[in-house]
Design a protein. Structure first.
Length: 261
């Protein structure tokens, strides 16, 4: 089962890029982030014509997440996180698909730091951890994928000294990510590529992609049942070089099929 995560940076404006990538890569399940489209403007007909079912959690102008599947029904289990009745941002969606519980998330950026946006980011990760703790020990495979807006270590960023004051690289944010790992989640990319330089995001300016001056902020966290079936974890660099593309590259994993649970 091939599961991908892709921050499309505007699903309608970059729909041709998304459809081209779906045709070439043929992922079974896709977690999309940063739709930048209200609920009624999601391009479902085009996605369906490409062979995918979809559920989505839209928001006007910003945020937005979706799950696509070509391997069976999407049984939605949650949208949004509990713990803050004032949080109306579309950042989390979760469903059972073909025997795997899959969540797609788009975490807050948190800049400027310090400030209310950074405080919201830290509280959002507290709520995420609270929601995920009961799931990590389940026997069923669980995959939590998306744009975490966290650079976990110096290894995950080009020129780390330039990011020390950024909310993506703040000690409190890295500690929040580490707490998830301490709970038992496995970072799929780092698990299979512990020493490699791996980036998933490059700014549009100063030839960042061409120089490979990037960040790793798109992650797959797997519980033990999913990690035991993990066979591959890669970044698809090709779409990042296309015209009018996202500033993120798709990330994908493969887990062995053991039948639908």
């Amino acid at each position: 089962m091939k599961i991908a995560s892709y921050n499309v940076n505007g699903v309608n404006g970059r729909l041709p890029v998304l459809l081209q990538w779906l045709e070439l890569s043929e992922p079974d399940v896709v977690c999309l982030q940063e739709l930048k489209a209200p609920q009624e403007k999601f391009p479902y007909k085009a996605i369906q014509a490409a062979g995918y079912q979809a559920i989505w959690y839209g928001e006007s102008r910003w945020n937005g997440v979706a799950l696509l599947s070509r391997v069976g029904e999407i049984c939605e289990t949650r949208r949004g996180l509990l713990g803050d009745p004032h949080d109306t941002q579309s950042r989390y969606i979760e469903a059972a698909i073909n025997g795997v519980l899959i969540a797609g998330l788009y975490a807050p950026n948190g800049n400027p730091r310090p400030g209310p946006k950074f405080d919201f980011k830290l509280k959002w990760f507290d709520r995420l951890q609270t929601h995920l703790k009961p799931l990590v020990g389940l026997n069923a495979p669980i995959v939590i994928a998306g744009d975490y807006n966290i650079i976990p270590t110096d290894q995950d960023v080009y020129a780390p000294e330039r990011w020390r004051d950024d909310a993506l690289f703040a000690p409190e944010v890295k500690a929040a990510y580490q707490r998830l790992l301490d709970d038992g989640w496995t970072d799929a990319l780092r698990h299979l590529h512990p020493h490699d330089t791996i980036y998933t995001f490059w700014k549009y300016w100063r030839g960042a992609f061409e120089r490979n001056a990037g960040l790793r902020i798109d992650h797959f966290l797997l519980n033990h049942a999913a990690a035991a079936r993990l066979s591959r974890a890669e970044v698809d660099l090709v779409p990042r070089g296309w015209d009018k593309t996202s500033d993120h590259a798709p990330v994908w994993i493969e887990i062995a099929d053991e039948g639908a649970a």
